[in-house]
Design a protein around this ligand. Structure first.
Ligand code: GAF
Length: 379
């Protein structure tokens, strides 16, 4: 992103230079899927794709936002009356975060905003969280609000849960706000404690976008959440974070089979996430590889959130890498992307193996992004 060109574009739209440009990244989750809303562990990294927001203050109580990625559509609303917009769906991420921000910081005032981004949408790389956190970063910086990264993430999640209508967990907003360059972040979603650990210099993060557009995401996502809550309740714990595999096996015959399998995924995924993060720190790639393979199998068989083209991508990359790297589906599921931790000298081979057969086998073209882990939101 060229800041000079973006500033000129802001000037073209609003007749003044922006006071600041804020940025928030998308994310890739290395391991720990659907564990966040169960109080568990996740291990994502912020990536070098994100959302940029140029901003200046307005004297009135109005937010005006222009979206370059939606043909310069403009949306405008008063801070005194923030309603859901049925016409311009994208604008509800702005309306939602401004509404929850204003509840906590009533002094927030009007703003002109210009937004652009390059996180592939609907691909499981958190384009929405990156959008929410970038808007929060821009407005809180304009008005010098004491909003730290964790608080920004909680507001972004609240906006998504209460205004946009997705019962997401905290992972995406928190990594977008708090990521570190070159590092993945182990997050305990119960205590919100964070530990950053360097990614191995021998490996690259490679993301393969299946280009299967995620279908039924919100309804299936919310259903998984309900099934997990039902599992916790049948086990007599406040969240599946508190459950062990022994407790689950003992209660198996008293619970619906589907709830058993959903709970099994969460309980085993928490164990795998901690094991993978420890192993990565120790440079033990073979253990990371095994944990990622088991995570994918668990998402496919027990949590049932993968689709055949994604399973195919994982199988061909897994066969190529063996224990030298890891591969699994990343994100909420039902399409989207695969993440692979690939030895630097095998990146071309991964591209080749995907190019060779993915289209013929599935009818979809894959996009491949070799990513770096980046810093979280800044202005
Ligand atoms: C989506 C949600 F937004 C996250 O909170 C998380 O649950 C993820 O799916 C699955 O791990 O990205």
């Amino acid at each position: 992103m060229d800041n000079q060109i973006f500033s000129s574009s802001f000037e073209h739209h609003y007749g003044e230079v922006p006071a600041l440009i804020a940025h928030a990244p998308g994310r890739v989750n290395i391991i720990g899927e659907h564990t966040d809303y169960n109080g568990g562990f996740v291990f994502p990294a912020a990536i070098n794709f994100g959302t940029w927001v140029a901003a200046s203050k307005r004297r009135d109580n109005t937010i005006v936002v222009t979206a370059t990625d939606y043909e310069d559509q403009r949306n405008q609303f008063s801070l005194n009356d923030i309603q859901y917009d049925k016409e311009q769906g994208w604008a509800n991420y702005v309306r939602g975060v401004v509404k929850v921000l204003k509840e906590d910081f009533p002094t927030v005032g009007g703003a002109n905003l210009l937004v652009t981004g390059n996180v592939p949408q609907g691909a499981g790389l958190s384009s929405s969280a990156s959008f929410e956190v970038a808007i929060l970063k821009a407005i809180s910086s304009l008005y010098k609000l004491p909003l730290d990264g964790v608080k920004a993430a909680l507001l972004g999640q609240k906006a998504e849960n209460t205004f946009v209508g997705c019962s997401c967990g905290i992972m995406d907003q928190l990594i977008s706000a708090m990521g570190n360059e070159g590092k993945a972040m182990l997050l305990d979603c119960q205590s919100l404690s964070i530990e950053h650990s360097p990614l191995p210099s021998t490996h690259q993060i490679v993301i393969i976008n299946s280009n299967v557009k995620r279908g039924l995401v919100d309804s299936e996502y919310n259903l998984r959440r309900e099934q997990c809550e039902s599992g916790a309740s049948l086990l007599g714990v406040s969240s599946l974070r508190e459950a062990t595999i022994e407790m689950l096996e003992a209660a198996k015959s008293d619970m619906p089979e589907v709830v058993y399998r959903r709970a099994k995924h969460i309980i085993t995924e928490n164990v795998r996430t901690l094991a993978a993060s420890d192993a990565l720190k120790a440079g033990d790639i073979a253990t990371v590889s095994k944990a990622m393979a088991q995570s994918h199998a668990s998402m496919r068989d027990d949590f049932e959130i993968t689709v055949p083209p994604i399973d195919y991508l994982v199988s061909i990359i897994d066969e190529l890498l063996g224990s030298s790297g890891g591969v699994r589906m990343t994100g909420g599921g039902f399409g989207g992307c695969v993440v692979a931790l690939v030895p630097t000298d095998s990146v071309d081979a991964v591209k080749e193996v995907v190019d060779k057969s993915y289209f013929d086998k599935t009818g979809y073209h894959a996009d491949i992004y070799v990513c770096t882990a980046t810093q979280g939101a800044f202005a």
